[in-house]
Write a protein that binds this ligand. Sequence first.
Ligand code: ASP
Length: 439
Amino acid sequence: MIKVAKFGGSSCASAEQFRKVKDIVLSDKSRHYIVVSAPGKRASGDTKVTDLLYRLQDAVEDEKKFQETLQTIKDRYQEIIDGLGLDFSLAADFDRIEQDLKAGADRDYAASRGEFLNAKLMAAYLGFSFIDSASCFVFKEDRCCDYQKTEEGIRAALKDIDYAVFPGFYGANEKGEVVTFSRGGSDVTGSLIAAAEHVDLYENWTDVSGFLVADPRIVPNPEVIDYITYRELRELSYMGAGVLHEDAIFPVRREGIPIQIKNTNRPEDHGTLIVQNTLKKPRFIITGVSGKKDFCAINIEKAMMNSEIGFARKLLSVLEDNNISFEHIPSGIDTMTLVIHQEELEHCEQKILNGIQRAVNPDLIELESDIALIAVVGRGMKSSRGVAGRVFSALAHEYINIKMIDQGSSEYNIIIGVRNEDFEKAIRAIYKMFVMSAK
Ligand code: ASP
């Protein structure tokens, strides 16, 4: 069995966290390839090293500020080195970083140094080889990662190495310049290594014991989801539930490799296992509930709409011409509604309305704002009767008006639109109906 284990920023934020990582890694010989983020927050209110590095690059013209920020970053690493009692120095690396930044190195280079230094330190601490991700993660000119070349690069780098630590978050383009993924991108690094090496499991170590059935800012102490399919995860993350970088799913999913979300501070917890398919029954009928606020709806009415061939195409081409994506299109016999992110519509509202008027000549166009969408997701819903009924009665009990309903034919999810102000109450009602009352 071979595993990739990725440790996020909070898992390597201090000497104490480094010790936990070492215990975890060395307790299981199958953990061959380790990926680390830059040191994250030690407590709330603290600043992530990545953010300090962006600040450092911004201050390159202001020597005083530059030196102050550089010192703060040096102190963060030194605190870890001293705390672990290591005989290890990053002084030469810091000199190089200072030189490079003063010679004009860009933001990506600056940010990447957080992972670079941390991986060097972790490799020394674990006694593993250090592999610089710039030597194997290949980015194209458009800043997208070239998955194929990257996987070849990873295989070449690991050809004669059994145990290695990689810095997450970055690679390099063909010119050798450092390029980063978007924020949180170390998850993608781990996923690509897992896919390249066809490992058995990709462990993603963080500071929570897995995905939660609902957002803990809305529902106090929600249950952890122990098994979730990639499909369910996609639905829930799209609607706002986040633990993992979106692009981290694709490479491992393609290879059928499960991801296990684990908690560095509570390694004994099972966490969440993300799989392609499973016979494991979900603990509750729903796997999770998540949602987002601030959508708006454009309601379009036209007599005999249903017999007008090409109506939807003409309508949607107005959005396409304005580069706007839509979320849902619930429709009736003579009505059609476009549900769109409010923010996206705001800057071109009148253009879109005019465009619709000209394209389909409707009898009536109405706008409605401040709608929240809630996704109730679960593979267990497919085979059970009355799920929609229970969702609606949960909301009715709380006097919440449902503005829109959309159930995909997969029966994996039900999307409900409610008013923004009812959002939290609606999530709590659904959680109570399916989780609390099932316990
Ligand atoms: N350190 C980077 C960030 O803060 C990348 C990561 O942690 O995955 O976004």
